[in-house]
Design a protein around this ligand. Structure first.
Ligand code: PEP
Length: 250
């Protein structure tokens, strides 16, 4: 059986004090979900120190939402993978569509970032997904394949074992539009097939999360699909009841 994971992405929301309240509320309600469901919380850099103790005590892993594409040095304003790892961060979300769209993230920089994440003993949550016009032109399979081939195919077998993939159709992120469970399953199955072309049977174990307006009301149906191993959750991760409600969908 594959890992079941619900990962939150708080994006640029909450002050550190509000983040502490939120993680405490998630921790308090976490028992409502099955113990086997792994919870990960992607917090802003500024919150890592304040929330990590509470998260650790309650079995919630911390993710960063990005990291620098350089190891260290004169890169004003950047945060290195080493800095994150030294604070107990276990995962780094890479390739989120907002970073691809607003900050010009390309496969070139993602290759550099993913290497640094692994070099510092963390694991990437690697996001892929097509835009609305690409879905409408039925190019979503090609887009996802290219995003995988350009980055994931460069990993070693040992690195691949730690990878988490998040399929996030850009048209469903923060829009209230969710992919149907069937649409999610169709492309998750395809993604696993592409991963298997390079990594063989190891792809059977790769967690592939769905992201895009996932809520307690639709999570159960989406998570019931064979190739959907959980969710990457934006808006609903900002409300403890909703985040845990999604985890309860397993
Ligand atoms: C996301 O940005 O990763 C996401 C899935 O957002 P939302 O759940 O708000 O659509």
């Amino acid at each position: 059986m594959r890992r079941q994971i619900v990962a939150g992405n708080w994006k640029m929301n909450t002050t550190p004090a509000q983040g502490v309240e939120l993680i405490k509320n998630v921790a308090a309600q976490k028992k409502q979900a099955k113990e086997s469901v792994e919870l990960i919380t992607g917090v802003p850099y500024t919150h890592i120190c304040c929330v990590s103790e509470i998260a650790k005590e309650n079995g919630i892993a911390i993710a960063a939402q990005n990291c620098a594409d350089k190891a260290s040095g004169a890169f004003t304003g950047e945060i290195s993978a080493e800095m994150l790892a030294s604070l107990g961060v276990q995962y780094v979300i890479l390739g989120h569509s907002e970073r691809r769209e607003y900050y010009g993230e390309t496969s070139k920089t993602l290759n550099d970032k993913i290497k640094l994440v692994y070099d510092n003993n963390m694991a990437p949550i690697f996001c892929i997904g097509e835009k609305l016009e690409e879905r409408e032109a039925e190019k979503h399979f090609d887009v996802c394949r290219a995003q995988i081939e350009e980055v994931v195919f460069n990993l070693t077998a040992a690195q691949f074992e730690k990878l988490i993939v998040a399929y996030e159709p850009v048209w469903a992120i923060g829009t209230g539009k969710t992919a149907s469970a069937e649409q999610a399953e169709e492309i998750h199955e395809f993604i696993r097939k592409v991963l298997a072309e390079k990594f063989g049977a190891a792809a059977e174990k790769t967690p592939i999360l769905y992201g895009g307006s996932c809520k307690p009301s639709n999570a159960e149906e989406i998570f019931s699909k064979a190739n959907v191993d959980g969710g990457l959750i934006g808006g609903a991760a900002l409300v403890a009841e909703d985040f845990v409600g999604i985890a309860k969908a397993f």
